[in-house]
Write a protein that binds this ligand. Structure first.
Ligand code: GRF
Length: 200
């Protein structure tokens, strides 16, 4: 078996998708090693999940840049410089709430992927699950979905790697639909990482 692929996972919150990767690696169904977890939010619960799994973490907030009159591009370039030495095969944005410019992406061509809880170009941006549920309640749609795509500077755009359809059920609440969406996300993220790392 090939050496485990080196992953860096970027998070900003709960980290259930990070946990899905950790669990797949522990179960032996994903030949990879998470060499670093990065968060731009100190209170992200995902940092505790990483620590519990013995994975090194980095807290890299944007605020000092804002306060220091430095730019988002400076932030992106400095973060890239911090990550380059890890020689990651793949950088996984799993609930990372920051849009990267090319000041970051240029250092990792076709090696940065993002997870988004909507189908391509339908509900780009934040609160995609809530917006889809509202459209369902208005009778405009009967399903949504989720995607893993290559990251580009345009939010939630970029070539799709894996996608899944997530139907609405008649008695759905936002909570039941969101739970079904997150379950689908966990599956496609592990699938996408497995596919891309097996190819390398
Ligand atoms: C996911 O729904 C992801 O698509 C979105 O943020 C959520 C993160 O969930 N960008 P978690 O922190 O991995 O539980």
């Amino acid at each position: 078996m090939a050496d485990p692929a080196r992953l860096i996972v970027l998070i900003s919150g709960n980290g259930s998708n990070l946990q899905a990767l950790i669990d797949a690696i522990a179960a032996g169904t994903l030949n990879a090693r998470i060499v670093l977890v990065v968060s731009n939010r100190r209170e992200a619960y995902g940092l505790q999940r990483a620590a519990h799994a013995g994975i090194p973490t980095l807290y890299f907030p944007l605020r000092p840049y804002r306060d220091g009159q430095r730019t988002r591009q400076d932030y992106d370039a400095d973060l890239a410089a911090r990550l380059l030495p890890y020689q990651a095969d793949l950088i996984v944005m799993a609930g990372w709430m920051h849009i990267f410019s090319n000041h970051f992406l240029q250092y990792f061509p076709r090696r940065v992927i993002n997870l988004h809880p909507a189908l391509p170009s339908v509900f780009n941006g934040t609160h995609a699950i809530e917006r889809a549920f509202e459209a369902f309640q208005n009778g405009e749609i009967n399903h949504s979905g989720c995607i893993v795509h290559y990251a580009v500077p345009e939010v939630d755009e970029g070539e799709v790697i894996v996608q899944a359809r997530v139907p609405f059920l008649p008695n759905d609440t936002l909570e039941t639909f969101a739970a079904r969406m997150h379950e689908a996300e966990h599956q496609i993220l592990v699938q996408a990482v497995r596919m891309l790392t097996q190819r390398r």
